[in-house]
Structure formats: C-alpha cells, structure tokens
Design a protein around this ligand. Structure first.
Ligand code: C2E
Ligand code: CA
Ligand code: CA
Length: 646
C-alpha cells in the first residue's frame, strides 16, 4: 500500500489548457446560438422594413448557422464552429451592407467579429479575422464604388475609418486578451486549487493518517450505506472487528515509534492480504475492522477471520526488534444478527470481547453473548463499590510443614460477599485487574492479612501469612505506597510475611522485577513463586532473583497417582533443592499425594487434605494441632488431619 504523506497538499494542478478550452467551447456555443437568434431577428425586421435582399440573406444565415450547430455538436469542434459562424456572418454582413443604401452602416459590424474572434479563441484567430475583415471591406468598396473609384481620394475618409476601426479593434483585442488570459488563468488556478484543497480535506477527513486505511468516520459512513438497503435488495455482509493482543505492551516497552510501525504493518497485512474480500479500516488504537461484502455463509466469514488471524499472528520485525502479537476477531453478520449499523458494530465488538476472554482467535456473535456481557459489566460496576461497602473478606488456608506436620503459615485468599452470595476470586480478580482496582483492593488485603497476623502474634501463635500479589500491583508505580507501606505500617514481624508472585511477573521486565523484589526483601518478607510450572517454565530466570520458595501448581499434584507418575513434581522438588529454595506442593487432597511428596522430600504442602481456606478464627484452631508423625517412616505415618470446615 502506498503511504501517502497527507500533510503535504497535492502538487499536480489540473491542465490549464483543458479548462480554458472548456470555457471557450461553452462561449462559442453561446455565440453560435446568439448569432442564430440575431439573424432570426433580422429576418423578421427586414421583412417588416421590406428589405427583400436583407430578408433572403438573413434567412439563409439562419439556415447555415443551424446547419453548423447541428453538424458539430461535439464540444471539441468549437474552433471550427466559431470560424464557420463568423465566416457565414461576415458574408451575410457584406451582402446586407451592399444590398441597400440604407443598410451601408451594417459594415461597421465587421470589426465586431474581430472582437468575437479574439474573445473566443484568442488573438491569433482574431488576426485571421482582421484579414477577413480587410478583405470584406475591400470587396465592399470595390462592389459599392467600382475598382477605379473605390480607393480614390473621394472615399479616403470612409476607407481610413473602416480599416482604422478594424485595425484598432484588433490591437485593442490584443491588449485585452493578455489581460483576459491572465485573469482566466488566475480563475482556473484558483478553481483548481480549491478543488484540490477540497479533495485533500476530504482525504484528511476520511483517512487514518498513520496507516492510510479508511478511518472510523468513513468506515461508519460506508457501513451505514451498506446497511441502508431496501428489503428486496439485501446483500449479506460480515463485519469483522479485530483487536490486537499485546499491542499495549509493545508500545510501552519498545516505544511509540515501534508501536506506530507495528500498526502500519498490521494495516498493510490486512490491506494486502484481504483486499479482494474486505474493506479494511482502522477504528482507533489497535482496533481494526473489516467490512466483507457478498458473504454467503458463516463458514465464509470464519475463513476470512481465520486468514486475518493467520496474517496478524506472524512475527513482526521492526528495527532491531522481533515480536509477535495475536489478534482477537469478533464476527457479526448483516442482516442475520441485525439490520442496524451501530448494533452490528456493537455485536462484532461483543464477539471480539468473548474471543479475547476465551483466548481464541475469533468468535461469531451469539445473542447470549450480549446477556453475558451485560452481566459482566454489571458485576464490574458492583465490584467497584465492593471495597467501600466492605464486601471483601479473607479466608486462610493452612500451609503445613511435611516433616513436622505443623501448620507453619496460612495463605490469605480473598472472597467477595455480594447480596448474600460468596463469589470466588477466579471470577472477580481478573475484573479487578482489568480495572486496576486490584491496587486498592490489594492494599486492603495486605492491611487485613497483616492485621490478622498481628492478632495471632499477640495470641502467641507462631505462624506466617502468605499474601498473593497481582502483577498489576507489582508493576504499578504506586508499588511502594500500596504494597510496601501497608506492610511496614502494620507493625508485624515482616519475616512472617510471604508474598506469592507468578512466573510471568518475573519475565516481563527483569530489571524492574529485580528492583522490586529487592525492595520487598529489604522489609524482611519472603517471596514464593506461585503456580510454578504453569508459566514460562524457563529455569534460567530463577537464578536472577532472590526467591525463597517455589509452589508446585496443583496441576502437577492432582492426578497423582491415577494418571501421573509425579515426574514434574519430582523435578520441581529437585530443582528447588539445587537452587536452595524451599518447595511447597499445592492442592494436596489425598494421603497418597502427601505420602508421595514426603518420600520425595517436598518441604511443605497446602490443600484440602489438611483444610480448605477458612475464616481466621477457625484456622487458628489448627495452629495448636501438630499432626505428629506417629512412628516415623511407615505408610500409616500420615494421619488424616482433623478437618475444620469454614
Ligand atoms: P492460588 O494462589 O493458586 O490459590 C490456591 C487456590 O487453590 C485457592 O483457590 C484455593 O482455594 C484452591 N485450593 C487450595 N487447596 C486446594 C485443593 O486441595 N484442591 C483444590 N481443587 N483447590 C485447592 P481460590 O481461593 O479460589 O483462589 C484462586 C486464585 O485466586 C488464587 O490461586 C489466586 O491466584 C487468586 N487469589 C485468591 N486470593 C487472592 C488475593 O488475595 N490476591 C490476589 N491477587 N489473588 C488472589
Ligand atoms: Ca497463591
Ligand atoms: Ca497457586
């Protein structure tokens, strides 16, 4: 796609000559019609005044001009029309002027033809008309006075006047034409500039200046035009709304120039790859839209969506950077889903949102999606008031030392009680992260967990508390005031506090992660890597950071011993020991799982086998219940713990 710099006004000017010709052609046709009417008038006038020859000459003139106009209808023939018309008129004037003594002065009409010629097709033609005039005058004198008398002193005044008027007219025309030419050129230039300017403004108003695709305004215009069809002429079409995944990160980390180039590349891929089937538009930011006319079926629309995902998922190489961005595509069909342009766009947006949530490339709109989206938005709204309404509370799940069977710490897990229903964090944490309200809620969680820890400390319990940190909290500039400050202000022994972070958070920005982890460690708190093994699983990064513990994700424990030989769990345990880190297994539900972990030297566990998450006062009952190993190594060594349900 050619990248036009639309900040520069267009340089090409319409060919002046073609405009001048156009103007002249119009005037010649006007002249021919005026001459025709004039001779009609004279036919009638001479008939009334009983100048018989005049009547005949005028009638012949009318017929001849009629013939000229009829024959050379094309505008390009205007020069010939003018010459023929003037020629015919010159003959007519000559004949009328010599037909009667009373009509002699008619010959003064000759110079008028010079005026016409110069006005209509320039001085060069007027020069020819000067010659025609001189010839006509000569003929007049010769025919009127005879060759001998015509140029004698007898008629010298008449000769001088009539020739003089003709020549003078010609020179005046010559002067006039220069002025006329300049003025016409000025007008033509002006009109051409105005035309170009208006084209340019239209281009600005309808084109996205970065990518050269049509912009939101033009896109909506086109969409409205296409959805304004009459019932009999409805043409099916698909609307594909595309949102780039991970563009914000590219923009934030590699800078805006790279982000801009990436958007141009996206536009080029869509334009080049789909130009036969779709009109591409950029709606703003990293949001693009395709209008696909003549779509016969849903599979056809899906094929285009698949193709666009395939095009956009390819690696981007910009400057020295190489990266990938995914695309989420929402499909809505006209008229299947709606007849209204605005709704069609909203439906494609809803479908795109679902595709993004589900992390699948594309999704076709389904009316249920709107319902879900409304529920989702309602929830988001209610959630934003939840903190102020005191609707969050914490449950605590024990973390047990496998060797001693003692509860050494608890993990604080947040819950939301809304209108009598307790909503689990997997539903609302992503929403809080999206709206960044997790920062305020996270601060409350740290405060609350530390407050509870302080209560336990004062009651003489020797336990720690693990607090989950979201990547949004971790990466926010307010990290110190929202994470460190509540911990420091709580007055607890920070060594009893453990922060659980995820692998992805470490990978995203190694330098800033290192810095922040150090700040956390300086308080005395420890750091665990949560859900270990599910993320990047790149072991190289572990060395870079000062970590204390890995938490083996439940996925590597839950199927043991049925379908899994526990190989991954075993390797994570060995890895932790090689790196000098503690290791905790999550989601332990059975004695067999616990036994397996114990045999493989896992340090700690957490899971329903010991206890589900429960309120502070209930979990405290477990602190004083050391599940001692009775008899050491035997299989029966691990007793089923005494579960206390919340
Ligand atoms: P997580 O940090 O991996 O927390 C462990 C989750 O596994 C908890 O779910 C817990 O109830 C569940 N679980 C523990 N033992 C077992 C078991 O034996 N079997 C099974 N099937 N599940 C078990 P929960 O409380 O619903 O939390 C889910 C996720 O929500 C957490 O995963 C964590 O990522 C997030 N989350 C919870 N509380 C907080 C919080 O306070 N802050 C932040 N940022 N995230 C939180
Ligand atoms: Ca956790
Ligand atoms: Ca976990």
């Amino acid at each position: 796609m050619s990248q036009e710099n639309i900040d520069d006004p267009p340089t090409e000017i319409l060919a002046e000559t073609s405009n001048v010709s156009e103007l002249r052609a119009q005037r010649v046709w006007c002249l021919a019609r005026v001459a025709w009417f004039t001779w009609i008038f004279f036919t009638a006038y001479f008939w009334w005044r009983e100048h018989t020859i005049g009547v005949v000459v005028s009638a012949v003139e009318v017929c001849l001009i009629q013939l000229i106009i009829g024959r050379d209808r094309q505008r390009s023939q205007y020069r010939r029309v003018m010459n023929l018309t003037l020629g015919v008129c010159a003959c007519g004037i000559l004949l009328v002027s010599i037909s009667d003594q009373a009509l002699r002065l008619t010959r003064f009409c000759f110079p008028v033809s010079i005026l016409f010629a110069s006005q209509l097709s320039g001085v060069r033609d007027a020069l020819m008309w000067l010659l025609v005039n001189l010839l006509a005058h000569t003929m007049y004198f010769v025919m009127t006075y005879g060759p001998a008398e015509a140029y004698s002193w007898l008629h010298i005044d008449e000769v001088i006047i009539i020739y003089g008027v003709s020549i003078c007219t010609f020179f005046c025309c010559q002067q006039g034409e220069a002025f006329y030419r300049d003025r016409t050129k000025g007008l033509v230039d002006l009109s051409s500039t105005l035309q170009k300017k208006s084209e340019w403004l239209e281009h600005l108003a309808t084109t996205d200046s970065l990518t050269g695709l049509i912009n939101r305004y033009e896109f909506l215009q086109q969409l409205r035009r296409r959805t304004n069809q009459t019932a009999e002429h409805v043409q099916r079409m698909a609307l594909l709304l595309i949102d780039m995944n991970g563009f914000k990160e590219i923009n934030d980390t590699l800078g805006h120039p790279v982000g801009d180039r990436a958007l141009i590349e996206v536009a080029n891929r869509l334009q080049d790859g789909l130009k036969d089937v779709a009109i591409s538009a950029r709606l703003g930011g990293d949001e693009f839209c395709l209008i696909c006319p003549d779509i016969a079926s849903v599979p056809e629309a899906k094929a285009i969506a698949e193709r666009s995902c395939e095009l956009l998922n390819r690696t981007y190489a910009i400057n020295e950077f190489e990266f990938t961005m995914g695309a989420s595509v929402g499909i809505a069909l006209y008229p299947d889903h709606t007849h209204c342009a605005t709704e069609l766009l909203a439906f494609a947006d809803t479908a795109m949102f679902c595709a993004k949530e589900k992390r699948i490339g594309f999704e076709v709109y389904d009316p249920n999606m709107t319902k879900q989206l409304i529920e989702h938005r309602n929830m988001q709204e209610k959630l934003s008031r939840a903190l102020a309404n005191n609707e969050f509370f914490l449950l605590y799940q024990p973390q047990v030392d496998i060797a001693t069977q003692r509860v050494i710490a608890v993990e604080a897990l947040v819950r939301w009680r809304h209108q009598g229903t307790v909503i689990p964090p997997v539903i609302f944490i992503p929403l809080l992260e999206k709206s960044r309200e997790i920062i305020a809620v996270g601060q409350w969680i740290i405060r609350e967990a530390c407050r509870q820890l302080k209560v336990w400390e004062e009651s003489g319990y020797d336990v720690g508390v693990s607090i989950n940190l979201s990547s949004v909290q971790f990466n926010d500039p307010s990290f110190e005031s929202n994470v460190l400050a509540p911990l420091m202000q709580s007055g607890v022994d920070a060594r009893k506090v453990d922060f659980e972070i995820t692998e992805s958070l470490l990978i995203d920005d190694v330098n800033s992660a290192t810095q922040r982890l150090l700040q956390l460690k300086e308080t005395g708190a420890t750091i665990s890597v949560d859900d270990f093994g599910t993320g990047y699983s790149s072991l190289a990064y572990l060395r870079h950071f000062s970590l204390d513990r890995l938490k083996i994700d439940r996925a590597f424990v839950k199927d043991y011993p049925e379908t899994d030989d526990g190989l991954i769990a075993k390797s994570i345990i060995s890895l932790s020991s090689a790196l000098g880190l503690k290791v905790l297994a999550e989601g332990v539900e059975t004695q067999a799982q616990l036994e397996f972990l114990r045999l493989n030297c896992c340090d700690e566990y957490q899971g329903y086998f010991m206890s589900p998450p429960m309120p502070a006062e209930d979990v405290a009952k477990l602190f004083s219940l050391p599940f001692a190993l009775s008899g050491g190594e035997s299989d029966s060594a691990l007793q089923a713990p005494q579960l206390v349900h919340p």
